[in-house]
Design a protein around this ligand. Sequence first.
Ligand code: PEP
Ligand code: MG
Length: 590
Amino acid sequence: MKTEISQDTYLVGIGVSPGIAIGEVYLLNKQTRALEWEIEDYEVEGELQRFSLALEQAKAQLRQVKKDVSSKPHLREHLYILDTHLLILEDEMLVQQTVAQIKKRMNAEGALKRTLTILRQMFDSIEDEYLRERRSDVDAIGDRLQRILAGEYDRTFGEIGQKSLLVAHDLSPADTMQLDKGNILGFITDCGGRTSHTAILARSLEIPAVVGLETVTTVAQNRIPAIIDGTTGVVILNPSEETFREYLKRKQAFEYQEKGLLSYRDLPAKTRDQFTVALRGNLETVSEVESALKYGAEGIGLYRTEFLYMNREQPPDEEEQIAAYREMLEAMDPHPVTIRTLDLGGDKFVTDLCLEDEDNPAMGLRAIRFSLREINLFKIQLRAILRASVAGRARIMFPMISGVGEIRACKRIFRDVQNDLRRDGIPFAESIPIGVMIETPSAVFVAPLLATEVDFFSIGTNDLIQYCLAVDRGNEHVAYLYEPMHPAILRALKATCDAARDAGIDVSICGEMAAEPQYALVLLGLGLTELSMNSSYVPRVKQVVRQLMKSDGEVLLTKLMTLSTGKEVAACIDKEMRTLLPDIFAHAPI
Ligand code: PEP
Ligand code: MG
């Protein structure tokens, strides 16, 4: 039975993409847990019928989604997934096994759960990689059937109405990429952390988002009015008229302020004591180039190429990659574009690439480890980058390097690819800079050694914090431990910047920390020469940088290095920023 949600039900999660969205809830899905129990003989017939109806309902849902997707050109390439799902629903094994279990006096949910376990085991043992990867489709169908059996109507992206606030248990980065900004005003999820890739994509899409609410899908109801404040992490279900008016005012103020910040677009990010830091954009797709230009990003400090490989059947071939890289290089010229090679794994998956299920994906066959195993795929990407490099100022960056051996292996393969192109008379930029991401503790420890191998460092603080503090960046339950200003992180940043300065190479930060205006002074004090962030943050970071002195940052850093906890460091920074720039920071949420 539905209970009414009281007026002004406040929930607080992690605000990951700023701005205020006001609209109606579209409840995409909830967390479900299938329980199994023994049934009586007389209940068997009823359970068989429930299962059979669930199969029919799932088919009807999928056919409807197919119809919706067919009318949306940008989603059409996903149609094959729906066909696969429809086929699985007809699968004899799925149906017969479940029916057999029900006949042995098990409830439908339990019977289905057992069948799915057997099917998953069968898929895991298949030799053929392509077929093995179809396991994720079985999981999706299993989830859909369980939701139907649990009486939950599992909605789909295709059915989202106009101007909705999407509420979901979790959204994968691949799901988030497909969100239609025209229809979705904002989203909120039970799961997730500040630097999960889903959060990062919300910022790229420029839609307000709050994650890590833990139980919002059990509280929210479809089509009730709600407000999302992506800046503070507050979500209000069923707002009263007074609250509604208040947030409408805040929304207008936020949008007014954002527009005002655009006046910084063409000004340099130069401190009052004449230190210039390059503010570049992070992006996931070529379509974001437009907003990088709009916000005045001086080039791209991080292009996450793995998103080119998502939501599709086959990885992009060399020509398709060349076209994407070329477009970006031409658009950003004369500024540089830092193309990071494939960084799959962790929370980013591509069903059709041979990433096996791992017990601990964040520490598994991720990023450069995957590229160094799938050398052909790696070589295609390097060839594409090199061939596109004549179109502008490309830089190559390798993710998740944990030691000198790995970067040397990358360079060897890179040289092989260069030699192949030379032999075939194909032109490419000869002096393309090579860099590494510093995002593992081991890379920090050997930073002086790595610095002799490369042209630049880019610190991936999202992962560096995760690995240094042993805190999963996407896990809402440990989000409180994810402290960017933990003394261990400060020391890691300092050691990396010192190593880069001693070796005379550039050092940047391309993790989310670079986008936080309150950290700008500390980052200046560390001597970073470049900050790369979601482009929409460039104007507000620039506004702050232009009012600061690098020398103040150095003094602050010395003081911070004497403090013992992340909270002390954060409080000290907060106090300093409020004192130096009261207009900007005096009212900012801590
Ligand atoms: C990082 O880890 O900080 C980073 C920039 O890379 P990603 O978020 O893609 O892991
Ligand atoms: Mg990373």
